[in-house]
Design a protein around this ligand. Structure first.
Ligand code: PLP
Length: 464
């Protein structure tokens, strides 16, 4: 018969072990700190995926030996690695400037009476089509001013499904659609639905920073796949394959890409899809710029055999950024999870905004007109960059050009962007926001041609 004193003794042992684990974690952190200092002084990268892979193997073996669930062991390992990387980053690097920081700095200058040229924001200077504005007023006057079901009103979900079925020759049902507060919320909810603490997600860089921020916020681990201008920003599929392990749950892709403007070739998407199927991984495809593709675009939705979440938005296609409406498409179960998160956080997208979105889906001509306008502006930006002798990838889509501002990798794009803002009143986004790209900047082609030309002229003066 077990006794109270036996229970007490066991509790004490558990407590001691827990404290011992914390002591060991502190010791581990002090060792990784030393390792990182040595790596830093030798100019080696902080993260070494090969070393991580060996560590992972040894953890799996230890888990087997002591009959501990492998997934649990790997989750703990990822948390330890994340903590070591985070501690290192906070000691060696200044806090990177974020896209919002640049915008806020520019806004402050404007409050002081300066006129700033905004080449940083990914928001087109055109608003929604007239018919969308009209539909918004009409919906409000008809009292469509209520909460709706979290996944969105049925008529909008049906309209989205029909629109995509026609566009890509597929067969979605309204149950596979969740209407969310912007594409951004779909991305957050999708990551939250598929990744748990310590789980891994592959992100192809340069990348819109929200993916990494969302992954880190939920305690996941990002595996960054760097791509290069010299390779036309094409990801190395073999490298991705080598980095996948049992903890990898998600591959995030974004084409047309922010910031490079790349659209991935169909064969490369197919290779990623095959990999995802083979290793049982979900592809999260952010397609918010799909209407701004200047060459044939293949949606992840065309590859039914693969488990995927496709995210899109009304923000960019219809100039509806401030309406805050986007959507996620996936299997019914995943969509239920996404809708549940939406219900928890914001109940639903406002009802009248959803009616405006139904109207937007009919505005095909406006979408074409917007895409042509952005394409023309991008060509103009590229011509100017050409005149400055800068290297860049000619965008296949999206709103941006991502030029290499210096061949020197130790160039400080953040300082360049800050100086350009301070001295020339021109705001651009430093490449560091999108990954390890200190010698790149992103120029957004969302402004009128005269502003683009003037902004680029001033940038050219800075570079001389
Ligand atoms: N995905 C990418 C790549 C973006 O650049 C943006 C916005 O800039 C979004 C998603 C989010 O768009 P929204 O939340 O306005 O739909």
């Amino acid at each position: 018969m077990p006794s109270e004193s036996e229970l007490e003794a066991l509790r004490k042992e558990v407590k001691d072990i827990t404290n011992e684990i914390i002591r060991l974690i502190a010791h581990r952190l002090s060792l990784t700190k030393k390792i990182n200092e040595i790596k830093f002084s030798l100019g080696l990268p902080t993260i070494d995926y090969k070393v991580e892979r060996d560590l992972r193997k040894s953890v799996i073996n230890t888990c087997k030996k002591y009959d501990v669930d492998e997934q649990f062991g790997l989750r703990i390992l990822n948390l330890l690695i994340e903590e070591a990387v985070r501690a290192h980053k906070s000691t060696i690097s200044k806090k990177a400037i974020g896209v919002i920081d640049m915008f806020v700095l520019a806004k402050r200058m404007e409050e002081d009476g300066k006129k700033v040229i905004h080449l940083e924001v990914g928001e087109p200077d055109f608003g929604p089509p007239y018919k969308v504005k009209r539909a918004t007023y009409d919906a409000i006057s008809k009292n469509h001013t209520h909460y709706t079901e979290p996944s969105g009103i049925l008529s909008l979900r049906e309209s989205i499904a029909n629109y995509l079925n026609k566009r890509y020759g597929i067969d979605l049902s309204s149950e596979q659609v969740a209407v969310t507060s912007g594409g951004r919320f779909s991305i957050y909810a999708s990551i939250l639905s598929t990744l748990s603490q310590g789980g891994e997600a592959i992100v192809i860089q340069p990348a819109w920073p929200a993916y990494v921020d969302c992954i880190e916020m939920i305690g996941g681990r990002t595996i960054n796949i760097k791509t290069d201008l010299e390779e036309g920003w094409r990801p190395d599929i073999e490298l991705i394959s080598n980095l996948i392990n049992d903890s990898t749950k998600l591959i995030v892709i974004n084409y047309p890409n922010n910031p490079t403007g790349k659209v991935l070739e169909k064969r490369d998407i197919k290779a990623l899809v095959d990999l995802a199927i083979d290793r049982n991984i979900t592809i999260l495809s952010d397609e918010v710029y799909s209407d701004y593709s200047f060459k044939p675009f293949n949606s992840i939705l065309e590859f039914h055999e693969c488990k995927s979440i496709c995210v899109s938005s009304f923000s960019k296609s219809y100039g509806m950024t401030g309406f805050r409406i986007g959507y996620a498409i996936s299997d019914v179960e995943t969509i239920r999870k996404v809708s549940k998160i939406q219900a928890l956080v914001s109940t639903s997208v406002p009802e009248f905004i959803q009616y405006a979105a139904i109207e937007a889906l009919k505005c095909k001509k406006d979408v074409k007109r917007y895409a042509n306008l952005i394409k023309k502006r991008i060509s103009l930006v590229c011509k100017e960059l050409e005149n400055m002798g800068l290297s860049y990838y000619m965008p296949d889509g999206a709103f941006y050009v991502f030029p290499q501002i210096s061949k020197n990798k130790s160039f400080d794009a953040e300082k360049f962007a800050l100086d350009l803002l301070k001295d020339k009143n021109v705001c651009v986004t430093p490449g560091t926001i999108f990954g390890d790209y200190p010698n790149f900047i992103r120029i957004s082609a969302c402004q009128a041609e005269d502003l683009l030309l003037e902004g680029l002229k001033r940038m050219g003066e800075m570079l001389r």
